[in-house]
Design a protein around this ligand. Structure first.
Ligand code: COA
Ligand code: AMP
Length: 634
């Protein structure tokens, strides 16, 4: 009998000798040229993994599996209850289609290092487009379909995208969203003009293409010759993924090539406990980091079958959809957000739909995107009868900071905690001045530098912002932006964001960006947006607006216009539907808006009147405005 190392041993090795640890994992990856240095610290606190190495993401995700005899295995299963479509792409078919689409990109003038924006719904072509970029060393930037034209334009400008790859439409329950008007508007708004668009035509809404600018995907792919993978530097960017920060200008999180392959491949066995050939399903969207890491790259690096699911947990057609997918494709591991489970639980509290299907293939459920509330955890554990694992991570980190690494050794599940730091992560809880907090005390959650491979080495074209936003406050550490505590067993509890970022249905949104939008309304003099508790989505944004003096228009009309404005400028994903009118905002004497106090009032939570408030009387008025919206009920 061999003595398998336990979690503590593996964790300690990763902390004591990170270079040895990750170099060992890197042996499982295909390299055209091995690295010169495992960890390049010559520009600390900016670190680079596998400097000097050359590899290719697409080769590691697709081609090598075909060459190793996995060609007939399904790489992608596409299941779209929303269109009634199912498809299966073997690794061989995936390789051939990606190789051709990469040629289409080359023919459009895309070269190594060029940026390509991908604006697509959950169809296999979204994955093909991502892999095709990686095949030729182009940098993709996927934009979630729920974002409006203005958000797309901001990303086109920041990335200076040379090409946009899109579909003709996305489909939400009850409505088809035509993408062409959004694309046209975004290109019009953007200062940097992409050279062209490649559009995948879907039958639900065939787009009218612009002569000279647009290319039809299907026609171009049919004529293309396959092209090979090109070696790229391990430190070359694989993608840019924009995420919400404190301001309206999103942060362009960069993920590099070598670190991503090494880390994501390692997580598939060690965190998720799936073996090559097993079916792994992340029910998210390719527009989010979960989609990048665990719909596309992680499962494909590891030779798993991944599922592209175009539907919702409920309503497509019923709360049994997840169980049907598990039944039909023998899913081993499911990964989704707690909000999806809350939606299912609300419609089927007794779990009657589960009984209609054979879900015995399921080994574990992983949840992330927001804290898993104990009620949801308990319900899922009871109804599914498998370990339910909350794990904590961020767009910036690319994979989990804390997890119960069941592929190494399953630790006891503690409700409310994403367990302990994963190998590679050394965490601390610090006070505002950078001093360590005592065990069990809440403070800023920070990770010791260097971060492990697969995390973000920088922000796109914004090295200074990377430093000031993440590294400056606590020298030697990465500031996660989350607050929490670590208990006496080393279990981490992530409690809240320390900035103005809120989490709506597992989607990360900036209240600062929403305030910038409300400020566009001609009658709005001042405003504040904050997150209020919602039983289904975790949080919902609520806006309070102060109107220009002399404005006597109906408050109801102004609220409607604010909601429409948010939908137009940020997109439906903002889920912005709550607007109240007040005469003043509570502020400190130095003028800082007291959003946290207003949030507490809205949620009916006890709060202390801040000593620095300039006029405490105003809180009563705020309470009345919030009551009118159905909040502030103690
Ligand atoms: N394109 C266009 N619009 C989109 C969209 C997309 N890709 N995704 C969502 N939207 C729209 C929705 O249709 C909705 O519009 P509406 O205001 O007209 O109803 C709006 O954006 C808000 O969407 P969402 O917050 O997702 O709410 P929902 O009511 O449609 O669904 C859940 C609620 C909980 C079922 C859904 O959020 C869900 O499945 N979440 C899973 C979590 C997840 O995927 N998280 C990602 C990180 S793991
Ligand atoms: P995103 O970058 O969209 O993945 O959002 C990351 C943020 O979501 C984190 O900073 C946390 O605030 C929150 N988050 C994600 N997963 C968890 C979790 N398991 N527990 C608590 N918060 C989480």
């Amino acid at each position: 009998m061999t003595n398998k190392p336990g979690f503590n041993e593996i964790y300690q090795a990763s902390i004591d000798q990170p270079e040895t640890f990750w170099a060992e994992q890197a042996e499982n990856v295909y390299w055209y040229k091995k690295w010169d240095r495992v960890l390049d610290d010559s520009d600390a606190p900016h670190y680079r993994w596998f400097a000097g190495g050359q590899t290719n993401v697409c080769y590691n995700a697709v081609d090598r599996h075909v060459e190793a005899g996995r060609g007939d295995q399904a790489a992608i299963i596409y299941d779209s209850p929303i269109t009634g479509t199912k498809d299966r792409l073997s690794y061989r078919v995936l390789r051939d289609r990606v190789a051709k689409f990469a040629s289409v990109l080359l023919d459009r003038g895309i070269q190594k290092g060029d940026r390509v924006i991908i604006y697509m719904p959950m169809i296999p072509e979204a994955v093909i487009a991502m892999l095709a970029c990686a095949r030729i060393g182009a940098i993709h930037s996927v934009v979630f379909g729920g974002f409006a034209a203005r958000e797309l334009a901001v990303r086109i400008d920041d990335a200076r995208a040379k090409l946009i790859v899109a579909a003709s439409c996305g489909i939400e329950p009850g409505r088809v969203i035509e993408y062409m008007p959004l694309l046209n508007r975004a290109i019009e708004l953007a200062e940097y003009k992409p050279e062209g668009c490649v559009v995948y035509q879907r039958e639900q809404a065939v787009a009218e293409l612009m002569e000279g600018r647009d290319t039809e995907w299907q026609a171009a792919e049919a004529q293309a010759q396959a092209c090979d993978c090109v070696p790229v530097e391990a430190t070359d960017p694989l993608y840019i993924l924009y995420t919400s920060g404190t301001t309206g200008q999103p942060k362009g999180v960069v993920r590099d090539t070598g670190g991503s392959i090494v880390s994501l491949q390692w997580t598939m066995k060690n965190i998720y406990n799936v073996e090559p050939g097993e079916v792994y399903w992340a029910a998210s969207d390719v527009g989010w980091v979960v989609g990048h890491s665990y719909i596309v790259y992680g499962p494909l690096f590891a030779g798993n079958t991944t599922i592209i699911f175009e539907g919702k947990p409920v309503g497509t057609p019923d709360p049994g959809t997840f169980w049907r997918i598990i039944n039909d494709y023998k899913v081993s591991v499911l990964f989704t957000a707690p909000t999806a489970f809350r939606a299912i639980k609300k419609e089927d509290p007794g779990g009657e739909y589960i009984k209609k299907y054979d879900i015995s293939s399921l080994k574990a459920l992983f949840l992330a995107g927001e804290r898993t509330d104990p009620a949801t955890l308990e319900w899922a554990e009871q109804k599914l009868g498998v370990p339910v694992i909350d794990h904590w991570w961020q767009t910036e980190t690319g994979w989990s900071i804390c997890a119960n690494c069941i592929g190494i050794e399953q630790l006891p599940v503690v409700s409310g905690s994403p367990t302990r730091p994963a190998p590679g992560w050394e965490l601390a809880v610090l006070d505002e001045g950078g001093a360590p907090m005592a065990v069990g005390e809440i403070g800023a959650l920070v990770a010791k530098l260097p971060l492990p491979p697969g995390t973000f080495p920088t922000l796109w074209q914004a090295k200074d912002r990377y430093f000031s936003a993440y590294l400056e406050q606590f020298p030697g550490y990465y500031e996660t932006g989350d607050a929490g505590y670590i208990d006496e067993n080393g279990y981490v509890f992530v409690m809240a964001r320390t900035d103005d970022v809120i989490n709506v249905a597992g989607h990360r949104l900036s209240t600062g960006a929403m305030e910038e939008v409300l400020a566009f309304h001609p009658d709005v003099a001042e405003c504040a947006v904050f997150g209020v508790h919602d039983a289904l989505k975790g949080q919902l944004p609520l806006g309070l607006v102060i109107l220009n003096s002399g404005c006597d228009r109906s408050h109801e009309d102004i609220a409607k216009e604010c909601i429409a404005l948010m939908r137009e400028k940020i997109g439906p994903v903002a889920a912005f539907k709550l607007v109240g009118v007040a005469t003043r905002l509570p502020k400190t004497r130095s003028g800082k808006v007291l959003r946290a106090t207003m949030r507490n009032i809205a949620d009916g939570e006890p709060y202390t009147v801040p000593a620095t408030i300039d006029d405490p009387a105003i809180l009563n008025e705020i309470e009345q405005s919030l009551k009118a919206l159905g909040y502030a009920n103690t």
